[in-house]
Design a protein around this ligand. Structure first.
Ligand code: NAI
Length: 484
């Protein structure tokens, strides 16, 4: 491998530690390692330029290196300003065979604690190869890379920027400034980039939501595979991943005793279900808020009280948002909370908690306890604790999901990347790029790759049984409308 000169991380000196953790993770990521074995020889991604925007953690390093093992030419950034693990970023740049003086891995642009300007600068670097060309495909998490290309294309062709996001926000202004600079230096860059991209594979609920909006509006520039809605992704990572990493974040952030506390979980979707189990497992008393009657009924039947935030705002000790929606906990709510209430979000974006409104409360003072843990003191002396400035606390205050569950998510990502390069035409229908999920047999394959590691032994259907329930002996075992 050649030397890498094009990267920006906190400290390459952390690479040896990062490599050790990557090696530990590889053992816990049987799905990715099996795909390396299966496809390493055939090199299905040979020469493909893949740009990744997904939390730069130890587990993501194993994904990025899997794509390289399948032949791809990869560049990477984090999809959140606080989620990078600096040792993982360093090890990814150095690579398994390089040294800090002679890095030979993957160009990564990511460090823990980026500013918003730095974050979007990194995204732009990740999308720009040294020869000025863009990627062939994208691995996205939350859709920021995809959004930038769509906003850039619209800006370059019409001079206007789509109103997809909150146009008052600081972040929107940052993107706009970046595009204004780009149009001067690289006229038409994003339009060319969007036209060349074969497709994107999207990791999370929020990113998928954005993609379906583009598709409905007829403005989607390239096909997308919805990785989130593989069963082996959202019903595992979003649920069991958050069950592991939610309390990890609260513990590392605050060390508070969770047992006996009253915790409110806003939203009882996949992330909400995992978050509730996480807190209940520690002995918290948990209540839930929901807008969807089905999820509310599920919560009730799971033995949880379903409340409105106003009902419990003055009583609860811990507040966690999991909705992927905006404006869930507002400044008024935070002023009504108990002294030292803990407020955090595990949904993708920070707009679930009204941080801008909190900063505008008259007399409020923000004090840093340590990075990603802040006390906000109101004029009357009462304080609340906000984790990761309202950004996803499991990655901001802790290290995100464990390797094993990410192996399932990232096996889906890898298979989706192979698929989109193998059959690009299949994802454009009547000239229009589509958003689709992977076929069920591949979803089942991802699960299969993880069974040995958990000591699970499958029963084999007899031919007669398979005929009786109308499936093939080798699967798929369920119809597409089955809900698990
Ligand atoms: P989901 O759609 O399954 O669940 C969200 C739930 O919130 C829904 O049941 C919805 O009815 C409810 N909701 C919406 N507005 C609400 C409101 N105003 N009050 C109360 N409930 C409300 O989505 P999922 O998969 O659980 O994802 C949630 C968020 O978490 C997304 O932003 C997703 O991208 C993110 N995510 C974060 C992860 C992490 O590691 N931090 C991992 C996976 C997903």
């Amino acid at each position: 491998a050649g030397s890498v000169s094009d990267f920006k991380v906190a400290d390459l000196g952390l690479a040896a530690f990062g490599r050790k953790e990557i090696e530990l993770a590889e053992h816990e990521m049987p799905g990715l390692m099996a795909l390396r074995k299966e496809f390493g020889g055939a090199q299905p991604l040979k020469g493909k330029k893949i740009a990744g925007s997904l939390h730069m953690t130890v587990q993501t390093a194993v994904l990025a290196e899997t794509l390289v093992a399948l032949g791809a030419d990869v560049r990477w950034v984090s999809c959140n300003i606080f989620s990078t693990q600096d040792h993982a970023a360093a090890a990814t740049v150095v690579g398994p065979n390089g040294t800090p003086d002679n890095p030979q891995g993957i160009p990564v642009f990511a460090w823990k604690g980026e500013t918003l300007e730095e974050y979007w600068w990194c995204t732009e670097q990740m999308l720009t190869w040294p020869d000025g060309s863009g990627p062939d495909s994208i691995v996205d998490d939350g859709g920021d890379a995809t959004l930038l290309i769509h906003m850039g294309t619209e800006y370059e062709t019409g001079g206007v920027v789509p109103q997809a996001e909150d146009t008052d926000s600081e972040e929107y202004q940052v993107i706009l400034n970046l595009l204004r600079r780009s149009i001067v230096d690289h006229q038409g860059r994003y339009t060319r980039m969007g036209a060349n991209i074969i497709g994107v594979t999207e990791e999370t609920t929020t990113g998928v939501h954005r993609l379906y909006e583009f598709e409905r509006a007829g403005t989607l520039l390239f096909p997308a595979i919805n990785v989130n809605d593989s069963v082996t992704k959202s019903k595992f990572d979003n649920k069991y991943g958050c069950r592991h990493s939610l309390i990890d974040g609260i513990n590392r952030g605050t060390d508070v005793m969770i047992a006996g506390k009253l915790a409110v979980v806003c939203g009882y979707g996949d992330v909400g279900k995992g978050s509730v189990e996480s807190l209940r497992g520690q002995g918290a008393r948990v209540v839930v808020t929901e807008v969807d009657p089905i999820c509310a009924l599920q919560a009730a039947m799971d033995g949880l009280e379903v409340v409105t935030l106003d009902d419990v705002v003055g009583k609860a000790d811990i507040f966690v948002t999991t909705t992927g929606n905006k404006d869930i906990i507002m400044a008024d709510h935070m002023q009504a909370m108990k002294h030292q209430a803990i407020v955090g979000n595990i949904g993708h974006f920070d707009n679930e908690i009204d941080m801008a409104g909190l900063a505008k409360v008259p007399g409020v003072v923000k004090t840093e306890v340590k990075p990603q843990v802040h006390e906000w003191t109101f004029a009357d002396g009462k304080k609340i604790i906000v984790l990761s400035e309202g950004r996803l606390l499991n990655l901001g205050n802790a290290t995100g999901h464990p390797s094993f569950v990410m192996s399932a998510s990232f096996a889906n990502q890898t298979i989706a990347q192979i698929e989109i390069h193998k059959n690009p035409e299949a994802y454009v229908v009547d000239g229009k790029p589509t958003v689709t999920t992977l076929p069920k047999h591949l979803d089942e394959k991802v699960a299969r790759l993880h069974l040995d590691a958990v000591g699970a032994k499958l029963t084999t259907l007899s031919k007669e049984q398979a005929e009786y329930i109308g499936v093939d002996v080798a699967g798929p075992y369920k119809s597409d409308h089955y809900r698990y």
